[in-house]
Design a protein around this ligand. Structure first.
Ligand SMILES: *Cc1c(COP(=O)(O)O)cnc(C)c1O
Ligand SMILES: [Zn+2]
Length: 418
């Protein structure tokens, strides 16, 4: 890891060697999130846009010189990365825009964006010889960790709120994780998991707390820029819960600027649900994210339910340093975006993924984007993760199935009524 210079505390600025601390700066309770700082000159000698063009590996490991692991570290064979970036011309037309793309991370092995971080966590755990790895999660980070652990026979213990969607709980049980259904919220699960990791000495994947999760998540934006021939988009829309994804996107873009591979910083728009709008409120009111009280975190978009976003420092600067904005949308609007996005693009998103689409609709209303902007919306999870949410979405837009007797005469009757 000679390309990692140090881990820098986002609160006090203290710098630590990569082996000096495991997760956080010890001076601020559980809030001392650190940033991984790289030697871009060294990295630039090891990888270039030209070498990438020759590299047939489409997984995130094509960017290994930009990731905080040893070159020889064993990694999961699951193919994480290389998700499609679809041009969405019909969606653009509907919205009076010219250039819209959808990056579909619902296509990753466990069907959410979280695979990008979890695969790095498992690689780090293997580097450190950890016997057990643990995480708290609203569902997807856990499912991702669980599946990737299964691929390399890594033991793991998972903490999720008992009300997580059935599909996500099913994934955990199928992959054989040791599973703790916490009788409380995600925030409760997070606290319990931190205590458990300290008590039992487990390797901790927890979002933000583990500084390497940002580093896995940044690979999405490397892919987006590479897929756009290194012409960075003007705006990126992403939903925000803990704020690790949005922070990761910002980090990836800063890397690419530092390497001189792109020449502009896109505006980053973070989309939050009304009942879980900590970041939106802090951004709108100029509040200090370290002292602001938690919000309720109640939303049907379970993946972005976070009363106290763990990566709130990175999440705020991702927006303020890129001239973007936070956008707040209702659960109803999010649910209606599920069929709207699916019908315009063929991409079926879970509520938190569809929220990026809702955010774009709001941004147009608010005048945040212009017709010629090159815009990427990020789908972070597959619609099959939450069928109950999807059915509420089709109900909202008034779509109904037709019931028909198994004979042609009855079919004619039904067809005539359409
Ligand atoms: C985790 C997740 C998010 C939000 O990511 P954060 O890092 O918590 O902000 C959005 N969408 C989906 C599908 C997720 O699983
Ligand atoms: Zn510090």
């Amino acid at each position: 890891m000679d390309h990692v210079l140090h881990l820098k505390c986002l609160i006090c600025g203290q710098e630590y060697g990569p082996d000096e601390i495991e997760y956080i700066c010890p001076h601020h309770g559980n809030d001392g999130i650190v940033d991984v700082v790289y030697d871009y000159e060294l990295i630039g000698q090891r990888i270039s846009r030209e070498s990438l063009a020759q590299n047939p590996d489409s997984t995130i490991w094509r960017y290994k010189p930009l990731l905080p692991i040893q070159p020889e570290t064993a990694v999961s064979p699951l193919t994480v990365g290389g998700t499609p970036l679809y041009r969405a011309d019909r969606l653009a037309d509907e919205l009076g825009l010219r250039h819209v793309w959808v990056k579909d991370d619902g296509r990753l092995p466990t069907a959410s964006f979280k695979d990008r971080a979890s695969i790095l966590a498992v690689a780090k755990a293997q580097e450190k010889g950890a016997v057990i790895i643990t995480t708290a999660s609203t569902g997807n980070a856990a499912a991702a960790l669980s599946g990737i652990c299964a691929s390399v026979n890594q033991r793991n213990v998972i903490f999720v709120p008992e009300k997580a969607p059935a599909a996500k709980i099913a994934q955990l049980l199928v992959f054989g994780s040791t599973m703790m259904l916490v009788k409380g919220t995600y925030d409760d699960a997070f606290e319990l998991c931190l205590q458990a990791a300290a008590e039992y000495g487990w390797y901790n994947r927890n979002t933000a707390y583990n500084p390497y999760m940002t580093e896995g998540k940044k690979t999405a934006v490397y892919e987006i820029c590479e897929q756009l021939n290194w012409q960075a988009p003007d705006a990126i829309f992403v939903s925000v819960g803990d704020g690790c994804i949005i922070g990761g996107l910002h980090k990836g873009l800063k890397d690419l600027l530092a390497l001189g591979w792109i020449d502009q910083m896109p505006r980053i728009y973070g989309v939050q649900a009304e009942g879980s709008a900590f970041m939106y409120e802090a951004w709108r009111d100029g509040e200090d994210v370290l002292t602001k009280a938690p919000v309720s975190g109640i939303t049907l978009a379970d993946s972005i339910s976070a009363g106290l976003p763990r990566d709130r420092i990175k999440a705020l600067t991702a927006v303020t340093h890129t001239n973007g904005a936070y956008i707040c949308v209702s659960d109803e609007e999010i649910l209606a975006s599920i069929p709207a996005l699916a019908r315009a693009t063929g991409v079926f998103a879970e509520p938190a993924g569809a929220a990026a689409h809702t955010g774009l609709l709001k941004a147009i209303e608010l005048g945040y984007v212009s017709a010629t902007d090159r815009i990427v919306i990020l789908n972070t999870g597959s619609g099959l993760k939450d069928i109950v949410g999807a059915m509420k979405g089709v109900d909202l837009v008034g779509t109904k199935a037709n019931y028909v007797e198994p004979d042609l005469a009855d079919l004619r009757r039904v067809m005539a009524g359409l």
